[in-house]
Write a protein that binds this ligand. Structure first.
Ligand SMILES: C[S@@+](CC[C@H](N)C(=O)[O-])C[C@H]1O[C@@H](n2cnc3c(N)ncnc32)[C@H](O)[C@@H]1O
Length: 171
């Protein structure tokens, strides 16, 4: 349960929706085992990742709520199932906005314990695409429990949905 619903196919779907230029610089916030970073690099991006507890040495160890990169470092930010897990989704969105170049793209899929779309708009993003993936999340969660998997990180408690957003940093 340390990944996200849909695996690599879901990451590809997000990338297609974001329509990034070739060679785009991408930061994966909460990159975990680095699968998405490896996929993005294999598809022509210049991707890197940061995680509090990286599960590979190819991902930088660090807190994405105060990420060690200058303002406007990236063309795009990816984050899958990590902003709410951090306990501070608003702070994560602020940091994503700081790290993006003007017009940069946010590719976000996350559990939502509070509505993610208005939170993302309030953080200064224009929503380009919005998909409710709550049914896929429930299936993923139940299958993971069935296999006896646990989550290394603390998930907030309570009823939640799962949402995919593609958004653009407003100038
Ligand atoms: C459910 S896992 C998802 C990992 C990966 N994005 C994926 O989909 O396979 C959530 C990840 O977010 C990371 N994380 C949570 N809060 C963080 C923070 N403040 N800074 C960096 N990483 C964080 C955790 O360490 C964990 O690896």
């Amino acid at each position: 349960m340390n990944g996200h619903p849909g695996g690599a196919e879901h990451t590809r779907h997000m990338l297609e929706l974001a329509d990034l230029p070739a060679g785009a610089g991408v930061l994966d916030m909460g990159a975990g085992a680095g699968e998405a970073v490896a996929l993005l690099n294999s598809l022509g991006c210049r991707a890197e990742g940061i995680d509090l507890r990286p599960r590979t040495d190819r991902i930088r160890e660090g807190d994405f709520l105060s990420a060690p990169y200058p303002d406007e470092s990236f063309d795009a930010v990816l984050s899958q199932c990590a902003f709410f897990v951090s306990g501070d989704p608003e702070g994560a969105l602020r940091e994503a906005r700081r790290l993006l170049k003007p017009g940069g793209k946010l590719m976000l899929s996350d559990v939502e314990f509070a509505p993610l779309r208005p939170m993302t708009e309030e953080a200064g993003f224009r929503i380009l695409f919005d998909e409710d993936l709550s049914a896929a999340w429930k299936e993923y969660y139940i299958e993971a429990l069935w296999r006896g998997e646990t989550c290394d990180c603390e998930l907030p408690k309570g009823k939640c949905g799962y949402r995919l957003l593609i958004a653009e940093k407003e100038k």
